[in-house]
Design a protein around this ligand. Structure first.
Ligand code: 9MR
Length: 356
């Protein structure tokens, strides 16, 4: 009995000690490290895309990883061009383009078709083709309709004709114009529309930001097409620009394109930092910041357009390592929002800022 009362007393003591209102020692919980990461397309108020290289998509996981994570639209940089898709008269090579289309469908990304008719990147069977205008018309129509039909329901938009004008505003003397006359452009749109009446059809060109003459020629052609009922739904401005392109020129290009009432696609954006093609030049954070200001201005100005006209902004490739610019200008450059180590540059954040 004595033993039990001792036990009871001890228990009471412990209880009273525990029930004393003492400040509990703080419980230290280490918070989980939450990395809030951005995905470009989720931060933007309109579709944002990149032109992609199929071999890099297949073989470089850092490259395909960026495309998968950051963009909700893709364009084939080369895989849907005439020479790539249609290497000889009776041969179509769909493999690379189909790979991209399948990738885009699985990832719920839009795929923009580039490009049905262009003056260059033609296979030799076309440049060497001998035939009267009816035979040329048939060649052009067959190519357009075979390609558009193949991708019908998958590729929802096309650059139907690319770069019909010179910078002076006169039509380029391409093989198409030589064989078929100026109005081949309108017929390309009609042929594409016949093959897929629900596809959005774009005229695509460069130089809107530096040549008022070319801009006017494009706007006049679009006005004429609309008056004639030619099925055209959008205008693509490539925007291969330099860090020195002025605000005024960017604004003139964007507002001019919007004045058509059509959808506006900034279709091949890149911003060069070495426009004088200097050989011994290095990337600096100063240059990166200057470039970021241009990217931001482009996105911000574009974002003022009505929602229905904002088809989106596509950069021409993904990283500085993959851009066409250094090869074309024969000098180093860093034109894209990702660097050669696949890291985001100031231009990346600037695009998000511009879209706010
Ligand atoms: O970036 C493309 C490059 O890899 C090709 O060799 C070249 C020729 O087909 O085309 C480049 O892309 C062009 C685009 O198709 C149309 N606008 C100008 C682009 C840069 O030349």
């Amino acid at each position: 009995m004595k033993k039990y009362s001792l036990l009871l007393a001890t228990a009471l003591l412990i209880f009273s000690a525990c029930s004393k209102k003492e400040t509990p020692s703080p419980v230290v919980v280490t918070p989980p490290v939450v990395v809030v990461d951005t995905m470009l397309y989720k931060m933007m108020p309109f579709p944002v895309g990149a032109a992609v290289n199929i071999s890099l998509m297949k073989n470089n996981v850092r490259y395909s990883g960026i495309v998968t994570k950051e963009y909700n639209s893709v364009t084939a940089e080369n895989a849907m061009k005439f020479g790539a898709l249609h290497p000889s008269q009776n041969t179509y090579n769909w493999a690379d383009a189909d790979y991209l289309v399948n990738y885009a469908q699985l990832g719920n990304k839009r795929i923009h078709g580039h490009t049905l008719i262009w003056y260059t990147s033609l296979p030799t069977w076309v440049t060497n083709f001998v035939g009267d205008s009816a035979a040329w018309e048939n060649l052009m129509k067959t190519h357009i309709q075979t390609v558009v039909t193949h991708f019908k329901g998958k590729v929802a938009s096309w650059d139907v004709v690319n770069e019909h004008f010179e910078d002076t505003g006169i039509p380029r003397n391409s093989v198409w114009r030589q064989k078929l006359g100026n109005d081949y452009v309108a017929r390309c749109f009609q042929y594409a529309h016949e093959a897929d009446p629900s596809a959005l059809l774009f005229y695509n060109d460069y130089g809107h930001e530096y040549s008022a003459a070319k801009r006017t020629a494009i706007l006049n052609m679009i006005t004429d097409f609309k008056a004639r009922g030619i099925p055209i739904h959008g205008t693509g401005m490539q925007f291969h620009m330099t860090v020195n392109t002025s605000d005024a020129n960017i604004t003139a290009a964007i507002t001019g394109a919007a004045s058509t009432g059509l959808k506006v696609h900034i279709s091949e954006l890149d911003i060069r930092l070495n426009p004088s093609a200097a050989q011994n030049i290095a990337y600096t954070s100063f240059l990166g910041d200057q470039q970021a200001l241009r990217y931001k201005y482009v996105v911000k100005t574009y974002n003022t357009l009505p929602v229905s006209q904002k088809f989106g902004i596509t950069t021409w490739n993904v990283t500085d390592a993959d851009s066409w610019i250094p090869g074309w200008q024969g000098a180093p450059d860093w034109p894209l929002p990702f660097d050669a180590n696949y890291l985001r540059k100031p231009a990346y954040k600037a695009m998000i800022e511009g879209g706010k």
